[in-house]
Design a binder for this molecule. Structure first.
Ligand code: FPP
Length: 241
């Protein structure tokens, strides 16, 4: 059982494997995405209960537009429907929703859904839920750099980091990827610099509380050195707060 002391402040997740989950059951891929929403609901609840402050999930990448048109439009429908259905409960649970990614290219219906969900939950502060939608890590970095260039500001690690879409919630401590692949796939490239990576072979719809517990236990066992030596980390830990 992971201890409260080692609960990550910010968890980020690549929810991979919905299509395979559906294919294994001879169902259309979109059925896997619907089940993926159920798995996401379970994860959000678990994060609220465990006192995680920020959860960032990869729901639709800049590259996902290349999927078959019916899958893309199915994902848009799932998002709009899930928001209409789930926002009242998220509101009650103290979850604040924020959508991260390019708004260009999204339909009016989707854009309205995102804006309404953000505004309905904007005063919540128990869990910040960032949904990366039409998002890519390279887009995020390029977008931050062009904002600075437009303002005529110097591009430094500090200024660029502060212009990224996640600047207000800090970098992820733990990045989980399900579905058996071991890569970041253009997710939070800059922010992942010191994240602990956890890869699960489970398909996203099968990633349950027990699986999360396993990831948290694994995270609790890691020594995070941020470029220092083990001895320095131990010294820091032993110093009075
Ligand atoms: C990757 O699995 C998953 C996605 C591209 C979509 C993730 C979306 C959800 C979990 C549902 C929540 C969605 C919204 C819109 C809030 P994959 O389809 O690539 O799986 P595969 O590798 O098995 O084909």
């Amino acid at each position: 059982m992971s201890t409260q002391q080692h609960i990550p402040h910010h968890i980020a997740v690549v929810m991979d494997g919905n299509g395979r989950w559906a294919s294994k059951r001879l169902l259309p891929r979109i059925a896997g995405h619907r089940q993926g929403v159920e798995s996401l609901k379970r994860l959000v609840r678990a994060c609220v209960v465990r006192g995680v402050s920020v959860l960032t999930v990869f729901a639709f990448s800049s590259e996902n537009w290349n999927r078959p048109a019916d899958e893309v439009s199915g994902l848009m429908d799932i998002l709009v429907l899930a928001l209409a259905r789930e926002v009242p409960q998220l509101k009650r649970d103290g979850v604040r929703l924020k959508f991260i990614g390019a708004r260009e290219g999204l339909s009016k219906r989707v854009t309205r859904g995102l804006l309404e969900a953000e505004s309905a939950t904007q005063t919540n502060s128990r869990l910040m839920l960032n949904v990366c939608f039409n998002y890519g890590g390279r887009w995020d970095i390029a977008n931050a750099a062009s904002q600075l260039a437009l303002l005529g500001q110097e591009i430094t690690e500090k200024s660029l980091g502060a212009s990224l879409s996640t600047a207000d919630c800090g970098d992820p401590d733990l990045i989980i990827r399900t579905g058996g692949e071991r890569r970041l796939s253009n997710f939070l490239l800059w922010q992942a610099a010191y994240a602990e990576l956890f890869f699960s072979d489970l398909l996203w719809p099968d990633f349950d509380e027990l699986a999360l517990e396993g990831a948290l236990d694994d995270f609790a066992s890691r020594e995070r050195r941020f470029g220092m030596t083990s001895a320095q980390v131990a010294d820091q830990t032993n110093q009075p707060a």
